[in-house]
Design a protein around this ligand. Structure first.
Ligand code: MG
Length: 422
């Protein structure tokens, strides 16, 4: 196998809900068996079924009464999601013992990138067979695994042989395995797309792969190009590590205003709005800033930056604004200002303990934090315009397409301007 080639597994727990339930009801093994919602309420549909039920024509998603008509011996038990989550989690831990790159897709499916695991654990197929054995022997559940050089074919492969099987799709065999299949076997090709494709005589993935790119693009747009590429094995999307957190160092917001700003008051109002957005982002992601930097650019495109360390870590917009305003005082005007940016720097997790004694006034700080949280709750519920700082009601320098315009009586604006003019 080419050394640059990726090795991707798609592992799919077979009839997941039904298999988990059968662990509790072993006497129903080998009989038509299904998990379904309550027959009395409207959720009374088949959620999962065993292959035996499938042979009698039982379909996932159909009402229980309809399934019972086709299969009078069908045994239906209610779902138990906590139990499914438990097994889903345990099986994922098995995957993580082979690679850190695991991307869950629903409760019972995962992609695994095992490219870097082969020296330790063997080829993709060997890893797949090993995973199947562990899952079977540890939990009494089975998985079907597709092994391929991209995510699309790996997923397709896991559907081909069930239960408890490994299917390998390589660059050498994909034309024999994938191309004879109907288009609907590939992820993202739903009934609507299938109908459109069949209207121009495309039924199999091979026909899609060899179709005229221009015709596909005209009919299905960019999505058409994508699925056509996929049918040719061209898919580079990575297996994203679900638990990976990028090391964010700063959160910033900047804006080029709709017209040049000629006075401090205007710049301050824009800075305040940006500060509030930065604060909201910090809170949303659970971060605190330990520094603030602002960047001011004039209409000759000269930029100047000012930075400050904070006395204590914070996510409060009131505190961030205070520091940003202090920094802006250092700016000396040469030309009118066109763009401003504010950045919360050296951010840390908000559960990082910091010395509370460093606070000048703990009570004042706590009150401010409480006030802020109340404001964000209101903004979250009633929209960002529901609570704003009053000097944000001045002339709007932020582009209209970004936010709606707030128009205030001119006397009010004049009064506000006087307050801030230096
Ligand atoms: Mg499954």
């Amino acid at each position: 196998m080419n050394s640059k080639e990726r090795v991707i597994l798609h592992s799919d727990l077979n009839s997941f809900y039904a298999s988990v339930e059968l662990l509790n009801y072993p006497k129903y093994r080998g009989k038509p068996f299904a998990v379904g919602g309550n027959q009395e309420d409207r959720h009374g549909i088949i959620l999962a079924k065993t292959p035996e039920a499938k042979m009698d024509g039982v379909k996932t998603g159909e009402p229980i009464w309809q399934a019972m008509k086709k299969c009078p011996n069908l045994i239906v038990v209610p779902p138990n999601y906590e139990k499914y989550l438990y097994y889903s989690d345990r099986v994922q831990k098995v995957y993580y013992s082979f690679t850190k790159q695991v991307e869950p897709f629903g409760m019972d499916e995962c992609w695994l990138d095992v490219t870097g695991s082969q020296r330790l654990f063997g080829s993709g197929k060997e890893i797949a067979d090993c995973i199947r054995k562990i899952v079977r022997e540890s939990f009494g559940l089975t998985v079907s695994i597709g092994v391929s050089y991209n995510k699309i074919f790996a997923k397709l492969g896991s559907d081909l042989k069930k239960p408890d099987a490994t299917t390998e799709i390589t660059k050498n065999n994909f034309k024999d395995i994938v191309w004879p299949l109907g288009c609907g076997n590939m992820i993202m090709v739903g009934p609507a797309t299938q109908r459109k494709l069949s209207s121009i005589g495309i039924y199999t993935l091979g026909e899609l792969a060899n179709s005229d790119e221009r015709i596909i693009k005209k009919m299905l747009g960019i999505n058409g190009i994508r699925i056509r590429n996929w049918a040719n094995g061209k898919d580079n999307t990575p297996v994203t590590d679900y638990y990976y957190e990028p090391p964010i160092k700063s959160i910033g917001r900047g804006i080029t205003t709709v017209e040049d700003m000629k006075d401090s008051c205007s710049v301050q109002s824009v800075l305040m709005e940006l500060c509030q957005e930065v604060s909201e982002k910090l809170i949303e992601h659970g971060f605190l800033a330990t520094g603030i930097s602002i960047s001011i650019r004039d209409n000759k495109l000269q930029s100047r930056n000012y930075t400050a360390r904070l006395e204590y870590p914070t996510s409060s917009s009131i505190e961030i604004i205070r520091v940003a305003m202090e920094l802006f005082k250092e700016y000396s005007w040469d030309y009118n200002i066109r763009a401003v940016k504010i950045r919360a720097t050296n951010i840390i997790r908000d559960n990082t303990s910091y010395q509370i004694t460093a606070l000048k006034d703990v009570k004042e700080h706590e009150e401010m934090v409480n006030l802020e949280n109340a404001i964000y709750k209101i903004r979250g519920r009633f929209g960002k315009k529901s609570v704003i700082y009053c000097n944000m009601m001045l002339k709007r320098y932020i582009p209209d397409d970004k936010r709606e315009m707030v128009i205030m009586p001119s006397t009010y604006i004049a009064e506000q301007k006087r307050m801030y003019q230096k």
